[in-house]
Design a protein around this ligand. Structure first.
Ligand code: C2E
Ligand code: MG
Ligand code: MG
Ligand code: MG
Length: 292
């Protein structure tokens, strides 16, 4: 083959493949470490009910503490884990950490709130997932109702093996199901109505700037209507601006999550937050940004 351009493209492609397989190798090594080693660790982002001024939940978001590259965010390794069959091991590792953390928090009397986990479609449909989940709930004495499983709209509604029976098995254990990144898939209403879900998470593209854009506001209203139709709880993600919060609150969309309140925090930081909340009196004013 020809000129310098093509030759360098081939070279780059080769380098990319090499980097990718090296990353898969490193990811497997991280997955096989003792969970307590913490190479893969979930941080937690607070979810708040703004009107009531309460912490209503925490979302577990995995991070990879890479020895050389530092903290690596999930968008650069979750797709790799999904395409190489390692995602189940990863999602279960996070699930186990969540159960272990909750048990530790309960044991010292902290006011524990439900935790949401992100689950890939593959993990949701894995043949062992219900048995493994039941075993973890028993081992750490955690009630299924303390967990919520978030699956992105696009993965949930992918055609293929039907998810409805599996969703029902999760809910039979008391766990909740959330449709994540809602509005970014095909929003196939017929497909969505084929199984029950508990929460609809509005993707940040319909939250960020909602106060300034008629188009974003219109789309937000549509999504809010869909949540009402399906009797699902609405939670807005990616809230960064006070103006957007005020706009949402005026429309009764009080459940929010985003950097305005807090980014994802280490488990140690969550212990500090829960400790502060334990000391709050019932008539204390609404949660402030500083309290999270
Ligand atoms: P997601 O579940 O939609 O999580 C929201 C993402 O937005 C998180 O990114 C979060 O840190 C970020 N975020 C939160 N608040 C704000 C905000 O106010 N503004 C902006 N711009 N971003 C905000 P993160 O942690 O990098 O996670 C990315 C995605 O990776 C998640 O999207 C989720 O789909 C996936 N993921 C994370 N942890 C896991 C896991 O344990 N298993 C699986 N299967 N997927 C995971
Ligand atoms: Mg999520
Ligand atoms: Mg999301
Ligand atoms: Mg997302």
């Amino acid at each position: 083959i020809g000129g310098p351009l093509q030759r360098s493209t081939v070279k780059e492609y080769g380098a990319e493949l090499l980097a990718r397989s090296h990353m898969v190798f490193e990811l497997q090594a991280a997955l096989d470490r003792e969970p307590q080693h913490g190479a893969l660790i979930a941080h937690y982002q607070p979810q708040v009910d703004y009107a009531r001024g309460t912490l209503i939940g925490l979302e577990a978001l995995v991070r990879w503490q890479h020895p050389v590259r530092g903290m690596v965010f999930p968008n650069s390794f979750i797709p790799l884990a999904e395409s190489t069959d390692k995602i189940y091991q990863l999602d279960m590792l996070v699930l186990e950490q969540v159960c272990r953390d909750m048990r530790a928090w309960l044991d010292v009397g902290l006011p524990v709130v439900p935790v949401s986990l992100n689950f890939s479609r593959r993990s949701l449909l894995h043949p062992q997932v219900i048995g493994d989940l039941q075993a973890l709930l028993a081992r750490y004495a955690i009630d299924g109702s303390m967990l919520e499983f978030e699956v992105t709209e696009s993965q949930l509604l992918e055609t293929g093996e039907v998810v409805a029976p599996r969703v029902a098995q999760f809910r039979a254990l008391g766990a909740r199901i959330a449709v994540d990144d809602f509005g970014t898939g095909y929003s196939n209403l017929d497909a969505i109505s084929s199984f029950p879900f508990d929460r609809l998470k509005v993707d940040r593209q319909f939250v960020h700037g909602v106060a300034d854009s008629d188009k974003v506001a219109g789309l937000f209203h549509l999504i809010q209507g869909i949540a009402e139709l399906f009797k699902a709880e609405l939670l807005c993600e990616g809230l960064e601006e006070e103006a957007d919060l005020a706009w949402l609150a005026q429309r009764g969309a009080d459940r929010v999550q985003g950097w305005y309140f807090s980014a994802a925090r280490t488990p140690e930081a969550i212990v500090r937050i829960l400790t502060v909340l334990r000391e709050r009196t019932p008539d204390a004013p609404a949660l402030t940004v500083q309290q999270l």
